[in-house]
Design a protein around this ligand. Structure first.
Ligand code: NZQ
Ligand code: ZN
Length: 386
C-alpha cells in the first residue's frame, strides 16, 4: 500500500426527512444564499420546503446554474454576493450546482485577479465562503469532496480545481429527493459513480486489499441496484444504496493509498467542452475503449475485476476473461441506457483531432496512473469508440 493522508471534514446527514435539521447546522445569524439549477427544485417543491425550514434566516436566492456550470453564470452570483454580503451558501441540486457553489465560494474572497485564474493556473485557494449542500442527484460525489469542474464557454474549456477549503461543511442526503429524477439522470449518475470507482481501482495492484474490496463492494452495488432504480423509481432502499455508493465512490476513501488513473475523465471533459454531451455519456464512450487499449498495463487488475465483479468462468484464458469483462462493462452502460459510441451521439472521426487539440491545450498529454496515456494512445482509444 502507498503512503497517504486522508481527511474529510464534511458531515453527512443521511435519510428521509433530514431537511428539518438545516437550522441546527447553519450558524443562526447567517445571511444565506440558496443556490440552485434550472428549476427542478421549484417543480419538486424542495425550494419551498427549504424556505420554510429556514424562515428565521435572512435568505436570498440565485438560480440558473446550468449542467456543466459555466464561469460566465457563476460570476453573476459572485457579484451578487459581494454586493449583498451573503456569508453562507447553500447549494441545492446535483453536481453542477454543488461544483458551481464551490467556485463561487472560492471566487468571492479572491479579489487580486480574475477568479478564472484559480482554475486555469491552479492558484492556491486558501480561503472560501462556508457552504453546505442538499443533494438531489447521486452521481459526482461533490457533496463530500473538495473538487469541482468548471466550464468557460468562451474558451471551450472544462477544467477541474481542488482546495482544502472547498469541502462542504455538511451535506443532506435524502434519497426521496431523487424520486423525481428522469431515468436519464439516474442512469448518468450510476455510470459516473461506476467510473469514479474504476478510475481508482482499475490500475495496478499495490496490495491495497481493503481499498480493493471497498471498491468492489461499490461496483457490485451499482450493478445490482442501477437497473432496479430505473424500473422502480420510488424504491427507497434502492435509491438510498445508490446515493450512499455515489458519495463513497469519490470522497477520498477508496483512492487513499492506491494509484489513480483519471484519463477517462480528462478525455471526457474535452468531449463535453466541445460537443456538450452529458458528463456520464462521455465516460461511457471512453472507458471501455480505454480499458481495451490499456489492457496489457492493466492486466492484473482487469483479471481481478473480471472474477470479482462479473463472475467470469475461471476456466477461460486470461485474455478471454479480460475481453469479456470489458464487454460486460460496455453492456452494463448500455443496459442503463447510456450509449457507448461516439456515433450514437452523431459524432464521427472528424472529432478525434479536435479532442486531441483540447487535451494538448490543457496540458493533458501524459494521463493515467503511469503517465503512459499519451495523445497517441487517446487517438487509438477514440478510434475504437467510433
Ligand atoms: O438544473 P435543474 O433544473 O436542477 O435540473 C438538473 C439538471 O438538468 C436535473 N436534476 C437534478 N436533480 C433533480 C433533477 N431533476 C429532477 N429531479 C431531481 N431531483 O438533472 C440535470 C443534471 O444535473 P447535474 O447537476 O448537471 O448532474 P450531475 O450531478 O451529474 O453533475 C454533473 C457535473 O458534475 C461534474 C461534471 O463534470 C458535470 O459538470 N463532476 C464533478 C465532480 C466532482 N465535483 O467531484 C466529479 C465528476 O467526475 C464530475 O466531473
Ligand atoms: Zn465523473
Amino acid at each position: 500500500m502507498q503512503n497517504f493522508q486522508f481527511s474529510n471534514p464534511t458531515k453527512i446527514i443521511f435519510g428521509k426527512g433530514e431537511i428539518k435539521r438545516l437550522p441546527k447546522e447553519i450558524p443562526s445569524n447567517s445571511k444565506v444564499l440558496v443556490i440552485y439549477g434550472g428549476g427542478s427544485v421549484k417543480k419538486t417543491g424542495l425550494l419551498e420546503t427549504i424556505k420554510e425550514v429556514l424562515k428565521d434566516y435572512q435568505l436570498g436566492e440565485f438560480g440558473g446554474i446550468e449542467p456543466n456550470p459555466t464561469y460566465e453564470t457563476l460570476m453573476k452570483a459572485v457579484e451578487l454576493i459581494r454586493k449583498e454580503n451573503y456569508d453562507f451558501l447553500l447549494a441545492v441540486g446535483g453536481g453542477s450546482v454543488i461544483d458551481g457553489t464551490k467556485f463561487i465560494a472560492a471566487a468571492v474572497p479572491f479579489t487580486q485577479g480574475d477568479p478564472w485564474e484559480l482554475v486555469e493556473k491552479h492558484l492556491p485557494i486558501d480561503t472560501a465562503l462556508p457552504f453546505a449542500t442538499v443533494l438531489t442527484l447521486p452521481a459526482t460525489g461533490s457533496e463530500m469532496n473538495n473538487g469541482a469542474v468548471i466550464t468557460r464557454k468562451a474558451l471551450q474549456a472544462k477544467l477541474p480545481f481542488f482546495s482544502p477549503v472547498t469541502f462542504p461543511r455538511f451535506s443532506i442526503l435524502d434519497p426521496i429527493y431523487t424520486y423525481t429524477l428522469p431515468n436519464k439522470q439516474i442512469a448518468n449518475g450510476v455510470v459516473d459513480a461506476f467510473v469514479h470507482v474504476m478510475e481508482q481501482y482499475l490500475t495496478y495492484p499495490v496490495a491495497g486489499k481493503v481499498q480493493d474490496r471497498f471498491a468492489e463492494g461499490l461496483l457490485l452495488t451499482l450493478v445490482e441496484e442501477g437497473p432496479i432504480a430505473l424500473q422502480d423509481p420510488e424504491n427507497y432502499d434502492v435509491r438510498a444504496n445508490i446515493m450512499w455508493t455515489a458519495t463513497l465512490a469519490l470522497n477520498g476513501l477508496i483512492g487513499s493509498g492506491v494509484p489513480q488513473d483519471w484519463s477517462t475523465h480528462m478525455v471526457g471533459h474535452e468531449i463535453t467542452a466541445l460537443y456538450g454531451l452529458d458528463h456520464a455519456q462521455t465516460l461511457a464512450i471512453v472507458l471501455p475503449s480505454m480499458l481495451e487499449v490499456m489492457k496489457e498495463e492493466k492486466a492484473a487488475k482487469l483479471l481481478q475485476y473480471s472474477e470479482r465483479i462479473w463472475n467470469i468462468d475461471i476456466n477461460l484464458s486470461p485474455a478471454e476473461k479480460i475481453e469479456l469483462a470489458i464487454e460486460k462493462t460496455r453492456n452494463f452502460f448500455e443496459t442503463m441506457g447510456v450509449r457507448t459510441r461516439l456515433s450514437d451521439y452523431g459524432l464521427g472521426e472528424e472529432t478525434i483531432e479536435k479532442i486531441i487539440a483540447g487535451l494538448k491545450a490543457h496540458g493533458m498529454v501524459k494521463l493515467g496512473e503511469k503517465g503512459t496515456v499519451t495523445t497517441e494512445v487517446v487517438r487509438q482509444v477514440l478510434a475504437l469508440s467510433l
